[in-house]
Design a protein. Sequence first.
Length: 144
Amino acid sequence: MVAQLDAAKLAGLLADESRRRVVAALVLGARQLQDVVAKADIDARSAVDAIARLASAGLVVVGSDGTHVLIDDAFGAAARSAAPSAALPVDESERVIATFVRGDRLISLPTQHSKRLVILDLIAQDFEPGLRYAELDVNAIVGR
């Protein structure tokens, strides 16, 4: 199971040097406490505290045999949760099209990136995927 950390919580966890060192040691393959202590170059108490905090946040799983495993997928999940959504809601897309398109004609190109993507997607729908178009054909299609 992937830990449900958002980017801010993950950054907070990694703000502590001991926890960063423990994460680095786990990334480098340490699994037992003595290996974590050696690779992280910290004392055992700091390692235990850091592992406990990382485990309580769901970033590290401590096995019944004493092994420690970093949940690598948590980093990607946190990054994805922090990324702004590229797609506008359908009703917002319809509003953008209504604002910038009259009939079948584009009246202006939006400057806002997300709105521009809606218009470019609308234009791209006139092209067949996988086909190569000559410049004259592209101009004719876009010029409609």
